[in-house]
Design a protein around this ligand. Sequence first.
Ligand SMILES: [Cu+2]
Length: 219
Amino acid sequence: MFSPSAIISALTLAVAASAHFTLDFPETRGFDEEIEPKFCGGFDKVGNRSQFPLGGGVLAIDSHHPSASVLVTIAINDAPTSFDQFNATKSAGSAGTVLPFFKIEGEGVHCFATNIEGLGIASAKDGVEATIQIQFDGGDGPLFQCADVTLSSSASATTPSTCPAVSPAPSVSSTATSTSTSSDSAASQTQTPGGSGTQLQVSAALLAAFAAFGGFLAL
Ligand SMILES: [Cu+2]
């Protein structure tokens, strides 16, 4: 039922999207898998800014690794340019951990609820500009994506239609660990010998499913 060209383009899409992870919601500053290990995924400048609810905002990422550890931090700053601006220990009340390190299993879209107003950050108020950074490690080192937002007490929490489910926001302690320390321990936890080989096998097995799905989208 799918034309050969649709299947070929779907295969190309599936291969091109096979690496690392993407931030699907809110809008990312930018994605380039080659520079994703850098601060904000290699995009230093503020991008499109979207409204993000102070309570109940949902994040959606698409993982292309079988398992990964994820950390979500926020900088209350209109143009953060370095990791330490996301470090809650830098200056109390200016930044913090939105979601502490947690593991996700399975490739595909994962969605998480946040509760920024529950973090106890005094400066996180309605109308304040901030940047949310997602740190992701699927076994090939820490990767980053950023979304520039305006915190809002009136914006309704949008759940992207691609979310299979939304994990509730955990209760977050106000004393967050530093990004660099956490990243080191997470990397050692998730690196397993032969991990990438396993991933390739899984990807090959799922290629037909991806192609069918991509072909559907292309129609
Ligand atoms: Cu990767």
